[in-house]
Design a protein around this ligand. Sequence first.
Ligand SMILES: Nc1ncnc2c1ncn2[C@@H]1O[C@H](COP(=O)(O)OP(=O)(O)OP(=O)(O)O)[C@@H](O)[C@H]1O
Ligand SMILES: [Mg+2]
Length: 293
Amino acid sequence: MGQHSPQFGSVADVAKRLAEAGYLADDAIATTVFLADRLAKPLLVEGPAGVGKTELAKALATATGADLIRLQCYEGLDEARALYEWNYKKQLLRIQASAATASGESWDEVHDDIFTEEFLLARPLLTAIRRAEPTVLLIDETDKADVEVEGLLLEVLSDFQVTVPELGTIVASRRPIVVLTSNATRELSEALKRRCLYLALDYPSAEREREIVQAKVPDLAPKLAEQLVRTVRALRAMELKKSPSIAETLDWAHTLLALGLSTLDEAAVKSTLGVVLKHASDQERAATELRLN
Ligand SMILES: Nc1ncnc2c1ncn2[C@@H]1O[C@H](COP(=O)(O)OP(=O)(O)OP(=O)(O)O)[C@@H](O)[C@H]1O
Ligand SMILES: [Mg+2]
């Protein structure tokens, strides 16, 4: 099995290097990342939209000087897209070329030739396993894939090897750091969860969110950042179809800056609400509860 050499010296080291990569991690995040790295286990990050799941994997790659290989999951994703497939077009051309030149090659020779490395199309899982350089493998939105894909992931993530019948077994020479994300639109299988460390991500504390805003939108006045975060949190406390996430907080911060607003008063909230709330019913509810009408 491929070797994995730990990348982080301590929990504090994780937090420090993630922060340098632009990601502010609280203690739970830093600890789970540290353990995932130390125990060489995949990290499953679950939580609502826009709370920083994908960004964590990206920051982890930056922090460890690794390249990010991403497998984006969706309904209908199959082995050919996730793992590998044969390059049929190229194989066909090779067969035609052999026939055209009347080279006298036997079918066995042609067959042996077209099932070699040259004709293999590696997809993200195989690519990540074969890389000799430091790699973070992001398996994004795992819950969107069909259940069968989990079986495939189980195989790959248990042994970090892939068997291509025509080529043999390919073993990772260097284990990638693996991050799986899920919006929890469905439960992932217990078998898959058992192989992972689990991190539940939720909306951050007010203080942390303010720090994120200040880090990502440094030109926004601190007082405005504070008002902004307070308002977003008030919106999250309402029964909305879709609560605003950190992504929306940051969009709102950029909006206020672009409009040159110096305070988030009722008029400002009213005219920019579409940046954070994207359902008419949510906007109506917010307007009523914040008494904007
Ligand atoms: N702890 C954090 N530190 C810095 N930035 C953060 C943090 N958490 C979230 N962000 C910012 O929030 C935004 C949304 O994050 P991201 O895209 O990772 O969300 P997500 O959880 O993957 O959402 P989705 O489920 O919709 O894919 C990003 O722009 C990211 O920069
Ligand atoms: Mg994401």
